[in-house]
Design a protein around this ligand. Sequence first.
Ligand SMILES: NC(=O)c1ccc[n+]([C@@H]2O[C@H](COP(=O)([O-])OP(=O)(O)OC[C@H]3O[C@@H](n4cnc5c(N)ncnc54)[C@H](OP(=O)(O)O)[C@@H]3O)[C@@H](O)[C@H]2O)c1
Length: 244
Amino acid sequence: MGKLRGKVAVVTGGATGIGRAAAKRFIEEGAFVFIFGRRQDALDAAVADLGPNARAVKGSVSDEADLDRLYAEVKAERGTLDIVFANAGAGSPLPLGKITAEHIDETFDTNVKGTIFTVQRALPLMGPGGSIILTGSSAGTTGAPGFSAYSASKAAVRNLARTWAEDLKGTGIRVNVLSPGATATELAKEALGEEGQRAYGAMTPLQRMADPAEIGAVAAFLASDDSSFMTASEVAVDGGLAQL
Ligand SMILES: NC(=O)c1ccc[n+]([C@@H]2O[C@H](COP(=O)([O-])OP(=O)(O)OC[C@H]3O[C@@H](n4cnc5c(N)ncnc54)[C@H](OP(=O)(O)O)[C@@H]3O)[C@@H](O)[C@H]2O)c1
């Protein structure tokens, strides 16, 4: 333990699910973590659980002013930033034939625009040794029925790491994508339903969904110097779902 000792991290979507599990693991490894999300009650509950090395900032990744406020708080309180886990994301199914402009805008505003500005606005606080982790999805690689907008948005996230590894050449900042498979969180419950979750568990070679802590453990690896020669990579943490 302690591989993130003294590091400062931002985790978007850090109040629940994968983000919260990652924030917990980052703190166990010695980091100070700012979690970011839109629901104050969820943020308060998370900070009560995560303890004194967590701070919550309320806002949306789709709102650049909110992100500026987040990073102003990080700067005021810690002065610097080592780790950005751009994890906030959302998605619901709508089959081809039923897709609306609102559905596309909503999905891309959070998953693509939100990811871009989460990272872009963080850069002035980051330096050599910095690690950026983007949350992709097995859905970005495979075809998932009804998930056109979500899957396309996650395929876009996968490319952001490739492009940014180029843009970040010479800065000492690394960027990688962590792509979970089916993981037992609120999002999975809402997007897949009980039956869909069972089906995804059954489709997965490890024959179950992931516990969010299993994704958080790999996020901590990517955040730490243990992954110091990794950039532009996609790390699948999917029980084999998208690998066969
Ligand atoms: N669970 C899975 O099976 C699975 C599989 C592959 C990839 N993923 C990805 O993993 C990431 C985390 O999802 P999860 O499964 O942990 O679901 P979750 O528990 O619903 O977490 C999503 C988090 O993102 C936050 N969020 C959503 N929109 C936001 C916005 N505009 N601004 C700021 N925060 C926002 C939510 O908080 P507020 O609503 O309070 O803002 C929530 O805390 C997502 O990117 C998702 O696409 C999940």
